[in-house]
Design a protein around this ligand. Structure first.
Ligand code: MF3
Ligand code: CO
Length: 271
């Protein structure tokens, strides 16, 4: 069942989404070779709790950390660990909060030093595809229009692998609500988009083939071919002519640009 949000509820969700953006901005400020993803996860947990919210991933279906930190060939749901990041690693940081009963859930992929031109292109194109999907998140369109736009840009235009097993989702009082929002699909297919639907749109795009597997820990999803994967996620509210993006990449991008250890793709001018 799809739950539509009132304007008042959307404003609460914006606060939750923006707390995630702020947390990702803090993360962008401390990333450098030599730090462990576990220390990032600790900062994430402290920052969220310092801001009257709860890290929503912790204990969700038994997930044991505050955040998902996915390095290189890890697609999503990577466990933070003690290993140190090194130059050339790419890392997706995915964070969820509950504040005042409402969820925020979004993600950003960073490059620690230079991962090479091909991987920087994957990062840039995946971020572009997220905005191409968001452009379709308007009343009257269908869920399949979002996936079609993402798939066209990543798979058809650039030959990347679009992960099929994991999808975006509705967001609200629950972390995962209807509808599912695949990053692939047919134009004009699926549920009709209506004003007040809040969606987490999250392309997971592989440099190589689309196939993935889950490790024995039950969570960590990796590419089968061992090539890198990139993940970006925004929370958006469907509106008549233009989706309202509740999360905000601008402070994250500013911190990314200011951090000399991070390589940056094109800065988005879409918000
Ligand atoms: N952004 C991811 C999702 O929408 C994060 C969930 S991780 C979990 O599924 F640990 F909470 F499951
Ligand atoms: Co999500």
């Amino acid at each position: 069942m799809i739950l539509y949000k009132t304007d008042e509820q959307v404003e609460k969700m914006r606060k939750s989404a923006l707390l995630v953006s702020q947390t990702l901005t803090e993360v962008a400020g401390i990333l450098r070779p030599g730090i462990s993803t576990l220390s990032i996860d600790q900062l994430v947990g402290e920052y969220i709790r310092d801001h009257q919210a709860i890290p929503s991933f912790l204990n969700y279906n038994g997930y044991p950390f505050n955040s998902c930190i996915s390095v290189n060939d890890v697609v999503v749901h990577g466990f933070p660990n003690k290993r140190e990041l090194k130059e050339g690693d790419i890392i997706s940081v995915d964070i969820g909060v509950i504040m005042d009963g409402w969820h925020g859930d979004h993600a950003y992929t960073f490059a620690i030093g230079d991962p090479g031109e091909r991987v920087m292109q994957l990062i840039r194109v995946t971020k572009e595809s997220l905005y191409k999907g968001i452009e379709k998140a308007i009343a009257g369109n269908r869920v399949g229009d979002i996936g079609f736009a993402i798939q066209e840009h990543t798979e058809k235009k650039h030959g990347y692998g679009v992960v099929r097993e994991l999808v975006g989702h509705g967001l609200g009082k629950d972390l995962h609500e209807d509808p599912q929002v695949p990053n692939y699909g047919k134009r004009g297919s699926g549920a009709k988009l209506k004003e007040g639907m809040v969606l987490a749109i999250e392309p997971m795009i592989n440099l190589g083939k689309k196939e993935v597997y889950t490790e024995d820990d039950g969570w960590t999803v990796r590419t089968k071919d061992g090539k890198p994967s990139v993940h970006f996620e925004h929370d958006v509210c469907v509106r008549k002519n233009k989706a309202d993006i509740l999360s905000d990449y601008r402070p994250i991008e500013a911190a990314e640009t200011a951090n000399p250890y991070l390589f940056t793709g094109t800065v988005s001018v879409l918000q």
